[in-house]
Design a protein around this ligand. Structure first.
Ligand code: ZN
Length: 169
């Protein structure tokens, strides 16, 4: 079997693994908390799950604030479903030669502006993790994400990120 096939999931496998928002949320929660939710405001583990997850999935019994796996992470910067965040990570991971933001927008069912925002946030997150020395001096290309030589490292890191979901850390 082709070695590259092990690198990423197929689209079919992605949707089998993450069929809905709950599955995507569980994925991020497990990666971030390892099964025990931690308050994103004060760090307490004295928390309770909210009925119907309204207004958020959890409430902290210490600081009394509501929080979710998004709180305090890049995921809080958009109200987009977590499944779409995950799909965006998957698409960027799979796109061997990069992907136009217009195509990414179509596949995610979002505007090009949103697709661009997601791609930037995802890449920034790992560039921050892996290349602190870059100090946020990221090159910006408004129409194309990934694929270029300068983005190669980022794409490789993204592949790893899909496994360890640093996006939620
Ligand atoms: Zn708290």
């Amino acid at each position: 079997m082709c070695k590259d096939m092990h690198e990423t999931l197929s689209t079919f496998e992605f949707f089998a693994k993450f069929p809905d928002e709950a599955a995507a949320r569980k994925f991020f929660e497990n990666k971030r908390w390892g099964g025990e939710p931690v308050c994103g405001h004060c760090g307490s583990v004295n928390v309770t799950e909210c009925k119907d997850h309204k207004p958020m999935a959890y409430r902290c019994k210490d600081c009394r604030k509501h929080f979710s796996v998004r709180t305090g992470t890049v995921l809080a910067e958009s109200r987009l479903p977590l499944q779409k965040w995950l799909l965006a990570i998957f698409i960027l991971t799979s796109a061997r030669k990069g992907i136009p933001s217009t195509q990414m927008a179509r596949e995610l069912g979002v505007t090009q502006k949103t697709a661009w925002f997601l791609a930037q946030r995802i890449r920034e997150t790992w560039l921050k993790d892996r290349d602190n020395h870059m100090g946020g001096q990221m090159q910006v290309d408004e129409t194309y994400v990934g694929g270029r030589e300068k983005n190669k490292h980022a794409r490789e890191t993204l592949i790893k990120a899909f496994g360890c979901a640093q996006i939620a850390a």
